[in-house]
Design a protein around this ligand. Sequence first.
Ligand SMILES: *Cc1c(COP(=O)(O)O)cnc(C)c1O
Length: 424
Amino acid sequence: MNQSQNHDESSLNKLDPNWRNDALDLGLDYGMQTIAVRAGQHRTDEGEHSEPIFTTSSYVYRSAADAAAHFDGTKTGNVYSRHTNPSVRTFERRLAALENGERAVATASGMGAILTMCLAYLKAGDHLLAANQLFGSSIGLFNNYMAKFGVEVSYVDCFDNEAWANAVQPNTKVIYCESPSNPLAQICDIGYLSQLCKANDILLVVDNCFATPALQRPLDLGADVVIHSATKYLDGQGRVLGGALVGSDELMQEAFTVVRSGGISMSPFNAWVFTKGLETLKLRMQAHCQNANQVAEFLVNHPNVSTVHFSGLSDHSAHELATRQHHMKNGYGAIMGFEVKASDSRDTKEAAWHVIDSTQMVSITNNLGDAKTTITHPATTTHFRLTAEARAEAGVKDGLIRLSVGLEDVEDIIKDLARGLDSL
Ligand SMILES: *Cc1c(COP(=O)(O)O)cnc(C)c1O
């Protein structure tokens, strides 16, 4: 029985290679936006124009011999949707093309992708070296579960190249970072980290959730694996959960085996939502970034704001690096942190809560990467479960607010933020 062959889509049922556009796939020389709209689609002989949703858990065979051939490896094709599904495959192929990777593996959520990364590339005795600013649940997974299975975990100030080099150990197997990071939108030097990893036989894994391939392609900068929480900008409208890994065929085969065995698979419906989301990703990201640049300007000039964490500001310590690393002009992402000042009657936490509670339009929610602007207080929500030390390490202060700038009219977003900031 050789089910490892099942990922090979070469014989997916009822594909007609003569359909126009079916050839538009990985490696062909099309522009990013063309790839986003068309790559990965395989038309069935129904001739559908838009990508269908294959809501099926399993697949039928033409005969007993045909079934046996799918299991002994002489024939490849769909067997079961925990392994492969045409809708999921379309999303994987389109995302892989956008990230310039050989292959993508979809997962049930972003955390599912990060867990898959851990299970595929780490074992007891290995060392995972991670950036100190990460999505809260990533830190929880590493500290609570990877440690439980004997993986050593340590953290480094993500912007400090020397600290990264000094923290590498003989058993370091993975370097893990987000760029821009959560919640302070800090930038890691992916090119530098890639050299460090190559010199020490380490895998570089980059969570590209905040930038998306519309702004940054970590594989082109030397990363080995890209992680996505598709839940965020790839959907972009806050509807469904999903995640993905992207990289070489070899690394993705290891990840695929984990997803298949562990049942971390993406649902076909969610894959369809993400596939359609990718079509407008670049256009949405351009609009998100434009709004974010204006909101950051407003915040940095407000007397009750002490710090704005956003690499789009020209005096931000990582502005130059972000400008170099992001291929979208004036694209610095749309997620920022800002710290409010204490006032006579409010300490920094109360001041932050006042700003959040004074909004009338912006959504108070921990989700991000949505068409709707969202606001949250990391210290008491997303990073609440961390110890005080881990929070301090991640730079999550009591006065910090995280903002995910959406696609509303920017004047309305600014007006909503001004309500609380002006009345502190
Ligand atoms: C949301 C998020 C995740 C986790 O993704 P889920 O889809 O919520 O599981 C991982 N990394 C970053 C940067 C995120 O913002």
